[in-house]
Ligand binder design. Sequence first.
Ligand code: B12
Length: 214
Amino acid sequence: MLQKLTTAITEMNEKEAVAIAEKLLNNGTEPLEVIEACQKAMEVIGRRFSAGECFIPELILAGDMMKQISEKAEPHLKQDVAVKKHGRVIIATVEGDIHDIGKNIVVSMLDANGFDVLDLGVDVPVAKIVETAKEFKPSVVGLSGLLTLAFDPMKAVVAALEEEGLRKNIKVMIGGGMIDEQVRQYTGADTFGANAMDAVIFAKKWTGGKQNVG
Ligand code: B12
């Protein structure tokens, strides 16, 4: 069924993809497994786009399917809600980048795991992230970006947090399709995550599962 979901998306069969995802979720399949099957399809579509085998309308449709399915998966994630707030996290897609489907999944997962999450949205300027960090006092800042162009703004956020003396209290995690250890080193972030569960694992480690004060 998960493979069928991946195929329905890569074949741009919107109705079938959403119906299969709904069936899987209602039958108790782990929502993260459903999201992973969609992500596999997104990789295929991304590769086709790079190769000039499909174009912007297909990217838009694929993004739309992914969005619909992740919205359907969200309430299922929330069934595991831990009531206690673990700590504060700011999440943003960095300047120049408007991809938000993965970021939104990260936000839902953190939220479902008891974090107090402030989502700044997409195309967020460096200064906005730093100013918000001063006010919201998060333990963790999560930066998402799917474009190669996102690496420099990520680096700039880390540098600006450092300059403002905020880095000693804030850990930075980055994520998005192109992010790897090399990018982490380039940006100066503390870690990078391959999926939304990684974000939860890092945030829990850094906040020690403790309630945030201040
Ligand atoms: C859907 C899509 C779009 C949609 C986005 C809709 C939306 N609301 O997000 C639209 C059509 C708008 C779009 C636009 C563009 N796109 Co686009 N897009 C994609 C596509 C096919 C899927 C992205 C996606 O949603 N994946 C599914 C989600 C669930 O995965 P994810 O984002 O990776 O997130 C997961 C993990 O990475 C991780 N994660 C994500 N963030 C974070 C953060 C933290 C802290 C952590 C720990 C983890 C984490 O957890 C998530 C859940 O598991 C990708 C291909 C791909 N392989 O990703 C191309 C892709 C990202 N796009 C690409 C391009 C080129 C563009 C455009 C420039 C096209 C154009 N010419 O206009 C524009 C850019 C606009 C802009 N300024 O941002 C390229 C980027 C190449 C590059 N080297 O920069 C890609 C890779 C396609 C390709 N192979 O060419 N795109």
